[in-house]
Design a protein around this ligand. Structure first.
Ligand code: G1P
Length: 291
């Protein structure tokens, strides 16, 4: 079965970005000139996803409006003959009905957020994208690569990367063995272990493709690290029944849930734009020379 649906847990309050996120969804923070969420949505559509499921919470209206038409802006751009911009804002609105919204009523953890989408996803494999994790690649986007691997393995797969040993308590950490180029077979996993407890420094980052069997484990709603219902724990349960693979993607990952990571993402993505690159580079060189 093809992966056609993608779940985006976007209910988080973004407290790390207060005051910017006091009245605005954190997923709407721009990286260069696009909100963080738009990068992830574009990645999903590029990978062949046909339906996006946003698991939202209170205060996420801007996110819904972003993917909706705005007749005032369209009329104004049209009357001024700004056809390029008009095309841009029209194109970012997905076909009617391709975005579905549901709410997580209480912040009970990532596993719980995903479980909130169970009836919309149903009995088919699905992707999960954590928009905060932005990944810059030279080739195909990470989710496209993962869909290809899923089609081959017919088993759940998560994007993985090596992290500094003292950072393991921020991630789902794997015990895994090599399978083929860029793919590992996961033997065990643990959410946010201390460096001493961590079985390795191989961490899950925010791209997953999961088989529907995961619902059985998410449905148990057992609390794990931080007192939250963790996706990693449900995947650990799934591992007893089905294989799960890790895809060691090629690319740079930015943690946009972190202030420094967010600034780095802005810089890295801006440097990809020919209209900004030279200006930024000479600015950076100037700073480096005076440090
Ligand atoms: C979540 C997952 C964790 C994963 C991480 C990647 O943690 O629970 O397993 O490694 O995303 O960014 P969070 O960052 O929401 O605490």
């Amino acid at each position: 079965m093809k992966v056609k649906k993608a779940v985006f847990p976007v209910a988080g309050l973004g407290t790390r970005f207060i005051p910017a996120t006091k009245a605005m969804a954190k997923e709407m923070l721009p990286v260069v000139d696009k909100p963080i969420i738009q990068y992830a949505v574009e990645e999903a559509f590029a990978a062949g996803i046909e339906q996006i499921i946003f698991v939202t919470g209170r205060g996420k209206k801007a996110l819904e409006d972003h993917f909706d038409r705005c007749f005032e802006i369209e009329a104004s751009l049209e009357s001024k003959g700004k056809t390029d911009l008009l095309k841009q804002i029209q194109e970012l609105v997905p076909r009617t009905g391709t975005i579905v919204y549901t709410r997580q009523h209480q912040p009970l953890g990532l596993g719980h957020a995903i479980w909130c989408a169970r009836d919309i996803v149903g009995d088919e494999p699905f992707a999960v994208l954590l928009a905060d994790d932005m990944i810059q690649t030279k080739g195909k986007p990470v989710l496209s690569e993962m869909v290809e691997k899923f089609d081959r393995f017919r088993a759940s797969i998560a994007a993985v990367m090596e992290v500094e040993k003292d950072q393991t308590d921020k991630y789902g950490i794997l015990d895994a063995g090599p399978l083929e180029d860029n793919v590992v077979r996961i033997k065990d996993m643990i959410e946010k272990p201390s460096p001493e407890e961590a079985p390795s420094n191989l961490a899950i980052v925010g791209r997953y493709i999961l088989t529907p069997k995961i619902w059985d484990y998410l449905g148990k709603k057992e609390k794990g690290a931080g007192g939250e219902i963790q996706l990693t724990d449900a995947m650990k349960g799934l591992l007893r029944e089905q294989p799960i693979f890790g895809y060691k993607f090629q690319g740079e990952r930015f943690d946009c849930g972190d202030k420094a990571g967010f600034q780095m993402a802005n810089l890295a993505f801006a440097l990809e734009r020919p209209d900004m690159r030279d200006k930024l580079l000479s600015f950076i060189k100037g700073i480096v020379n005076t440090c």
